[in-house]
Design a protein around this ligand. Structure first.
Ligand SMILES: [Zn+2]
Length: 107
C-alpha cells in the first residue's frame, strides 16, 4: 500500500471517530447505518455492473454461412435479401413489428 493511501485511510478513520464521538446517537446505530449503506451500495453496484455486460462479438465473417433468403413483409410488402447468417435456417427479420415471411430460398 502506498503512503498517500495509508494517510487517506487514517484521515477517513479519524474523521469517522470524531463524528461518532460528537454524535448524539449510540455507536451501534451508526455502525448499523454504515453497514446498511455499504450493503445498499454493493447491491446497486452489482445490479449496474450486471447491466453493463458487453454484447458478444458477432462471429467472424468466415464463420457465417452464406445464404440467399428473400423475406417479404406481410403488412407493407417490403422485401429484403439475407446473404449471410449464423445458421442455415436463421430467424426471419422483423418489419412493421412482425416477423417477415420467407418468400423463396434461392439455391
Ligand atoms: Zn413492413
Amino acid at each position: 500500500m502506498k503512503r498517500g493511501r495509508i494517510a487517506g485511510l487514517v484521515a477517513i478513520v479519524a474523521t469517522i471517530l470524531i463524528l461518532v464521538a460528537a454524535s448524539p446517537w449510540p455507536v451501534w446505530r451508526i455502525a448499523l447505518a454504515v453497514l446498511i449503506a455499504a450493503a445498499v451500495l454493493r447491491l446497486g453496484y452489482a445490479m449496474i455492473s450486471g447491466l453493463a455486460q458487453p454484447v458478444p462479438e458477432p462471429p467472424e465473417e468466415g464463420e457465417l454461412r452464406k445464404v440467399k433468403l428473400t423475406y417479404r413483409c406481410s403488412i407493407c410488402g417490403a422485401e429484403v435479401r439475407m446473404t449471410a447468417a449464423a445458421s442455415e435456417d436463421p430467424e426471419p427479420p422483423r418489419h412493421c413489428l412482425e416477423d417477415m415471411d420467407l418468400v423463396a430460398p434461392i439455391t
